[in-house]
Structure formats: structure tokens, C-alpha cells
Design a protein around this ligand. Structure first.
Ligand SMILES: [Zn+2]
Length: 88
């Protein structure tokens, strides 16, 4: 692989480092921060993402929803180092 292969994937589009949603200014979108602009806790984000996951996959069991949610969070810079994600 050429040394610059990874660098060619640059884009002007920013994405939220907590949920992956496109944003205009970073690092996080409005949904992932509190009133003061601070990133919400892992538990709060996990709860909301699991709800979203459940809605998208209504037939999945709670275990499947939790696993899929952790897999998704493992791709996000804000959460991929979190103990819950690392231990999944
Ligand atoms: Zn977000």
C-alpha cells in the first residue's frame, strides 16, 4: 500500500466524534453535548444509542442491541478507548 493511501481519504466533511453524524463545527454535535457544550457521559450516550439501535432493529434481543451498540461506539473516536467498549 502506498504510504499516502490513508491521507487520500481526507474530506472537508466533519463528523461528530461521539456519534458519527455530519457536523459543521467539531468535535461534537448538539445531541452529544450538554447545555455547557461538554460531551455527555458514556452511560447517557450508550443509553440513547441503544434506544436508536432498538428502533432500527425492533426484532433484536436486548443482548444483540447492546452488542451492536458497542460495536458502533468502537468506531467513534470519543468512545473507542472506553473500558466498556474495549471489554466488549
Ligand atoms: Zn454526536
Amino acid at each position: 500500500m502506498p504510504a499516502d493511501a490513508l491521507a487520500t481519504d481526507t474530506t472537508t466533511m466533519l463528523t461528530c466524534q461521539s456519534c458519527g453524524m455530519p457536523i459543521e463545527t467539531g468535535p461534537y454535535c448538539d445531541h452529544c453535548t450538554d447545555e455547557a457544550g461538554n460531551l455527555q457521559s458514556f452511560d447517557e450516550r450508550f443509553r440513547r444509542m441503544a434506544l436508536w439501535q432498538q428502533k432500527s432493529h425492533p426484532t433484536d434481543s436486548p443482548e444483540q442491541v447492546e452488542k451492536a451498540t458497542l460495536e458502533y461506539m468502537a468506531q467513534l473516536p470519543a468512545w473507542r478507548e472506553h473500558p466498556r467498549v474495549v471489554a466488549r
